[in-house]
Design a protein around this ligand. Sequence first.
Ligand code: N2P
Length: 362
Amino acid sequence: MKKTLTALLLASAALLGPATAAERVVNVFNWSDYIDPKVLDDFTRETGVKVVYDTYDSNEILETRLLAGATGYDVVVPSATFLSREIAAGVLQPLDKSKLPNAKNLWPEISEMLQRYDPGGQYAVDYMWYTTGVAYNTAKIKERIGDKPITSWEQVLKPENLKKFADCGVYMIDSPEDIFSVTLNFLKLNPNSKNPDDIKRAEDYLAGLRRYVKKFHSSEYINALANGDICVAIGWSGDSFQARNRAREAGNGVDIAYVIPKEGALVTLDALAIPKDAPHPEEARLFIDYLMRPDVAARNTNATHFANGVGTSKPLVDPSIIGNDAIYPDDATMKRLFAVTAPDVALQRTITRAWTRVKTGR
Ligand code: N2P
């Protein structure tokens, strides 16, 4: 009897042991506020692969880690220009599309846009795409400038105008690509200019706005807007609508609007990619493929208010989101958007330094 029990215990230990050791994992490094958290649980339930999820709010953070290597991450989500530089630097691995059956669901026009940064679509698929515009607290803006909704960059990028909002709080995303391109466009220079003199002009211009900016930060503005702590943010479309919804859910009377100003705005894409040295590339492909399922992509859009790259998800997206031109721009809005390409290493350094001076005033 005793012998049988021991044998039984040993047998069950043998069963449990290897099962734990073989637990499948995918390490995901994504932007903050960029997924429906329930999607992660469902992925694990359906595939048996555990998700270790970590977040960032800046391409610069992701790029520094990727270039250092051995990040331990299996899936990363760089924005388009950073993607192109990271492909050139050899820190990503090609995506084997034959192992991504849901790639058939991708939106052809959006994939085409992404291929300007990833020729032939070899390394990445689009996750989301979005604009950089102006989010604002409608009541606080009205108190200060009267019944004139924000429609133009002039209302926030002219120092004498931005000054009117300084007392109720202005944030800008801490993203030189976004703020420089928007400023260049406002100054009627090429938003994609690669001329260091243009960068200098934009830097000097931004230096005159800095005193009215409370903070440069790329994720805190969601709650700051929702709580009524700030009244203007230059930020991303989906985040701004998340702020609007958080305020609605809190029932705190704060009303947030987001606008793509009439002079146009930056349109960017964020792509799913696998680092060259990813420890679990097979699980990474499973995860990326799952995100390209139309129902899953729609859930992520419904939760984040960012437009996704899966065309076949559109019928499943909340009609108020699909019908919102500031999230899914119509043709007329689309014509006002501009995209940018990656600067070379030397210009990138110039931009980084200029941005530091803008933020610190030194
Ligand atoms: C998510 C922001 C994603 C847009 N909060 C910037 N890549």
